[in-house]
Design a binder for this molecule. Sequence first.
Ligand SMILES: [Zn+2]
Length: 422
Amino acid sequence: MSISGERAFSLLQKIGFIRCSGTAEELQAAHILLDELKSLGLECTLEAFKVHNYTIKKATLEVLEPYQQTYEVTGLGLSGNTPADGLVADFKYIQQASDMDLLDAKGKVVLLNGGLTVEVYERLFKAGVAGIIAYSGTVIDDPALTDLQVRAIRAKHLEVGQIPGVTLRASDAFDMVKNKATKVRMVLEQDDYEVDSHNVYATLQGTDYPEEEIAFMGHYDSVPFSTGVYDNGAGSVILMELVRHYLAHPPKRTLRFMWFGSEEKGLLGSKAYVATAEEDALKAIKLGINVDVAGPIMGEDRAIVTADNSLCTYIEYLAKEVGFSIAVKQDTYSSDSIPFANKGIPCVNFCRFGSPGCAMIHSRYDILDYLSGESLENTARFVQTFSDRVINAPLFPVEQKMPANMVEAVDKYLQKKKSDTK
Ligand SMILES: [Zn+2]
């Protein structure tokens, strides 16, 4: 059975609804994938793992002085609560949270530029900041056509502590700074709790070298407001096409297919897999092949190799041999391959990035209109061509080691005080 972009696209339509970490919709998407696997006669499993979720009950922001204005905000998930009648405090725009910016920030509600990385968060915490205002979007956004982002802090932020926060639109942040707001009232009331998120697994036994394994992976969850077809329903359905291909062409090595939940919350599904897998099970994995973002009609294919540089050359030569346009580089990729690479497993990430302005992730515009079955098929076929060779090679060509520069890059990524948005 050969790879079909049309069939991939119709499965993408089926899972193309908002499916955020730990929600009933995420589980529903997992079941669609499970049903598809079962229809192919494959044994598959659903594995639950715990994630933190929250419900914002109230989130408001008012400027009290020198003018009065209420702004639309979303509460920063997991960041704690203000007193019930609100936190009334002086306001300060602290730009980049430098020492100079934070000199007199103690007890204030601060607005900052850019992402709330763990590093910045730690600085705000140490400076005794009472509340945080982050912003999303641009000053030219039309509120009717864009969504105010919903954000949450992560486990690494929580290790530092809690500072209640809200997110508002860039135009409102700009308004506050331009009009020199000095005093605000912030109200944040939320519940937090643990829920289950899920990974989906299926295995195809190798015919000749079953003890050697290749892990195919992709995340199937989305962010709020986004049907997440480009990021990453597309990778999920490409994996399903590969399942079909290898059912028809039994692989010499064992293939593990993994659809991860909660990637968008910080690679939680893949981290959960790696955390609970036996050391021997991880040792058996010779290579990780991750597909995250694909399908744009206008775009470019890339292979991001978190492994020895020789694998880049291998993929480059192969692309030339088969006539496929792909940019290859050695690097880390902010996706589920990271926890595997962190265990020393060589990984390659295949993706098709939309050309600038012609496909968007993490927004309400991540929709099928900008994708095609043909693009899915082209990417899937190249992944298959590459995979066929390594999976069926008499001697596995990829050395099971991580070069020093990639070890360093993965370490940097994992300690890197990550942005709260991905
Ligand atoms: Zn993604």
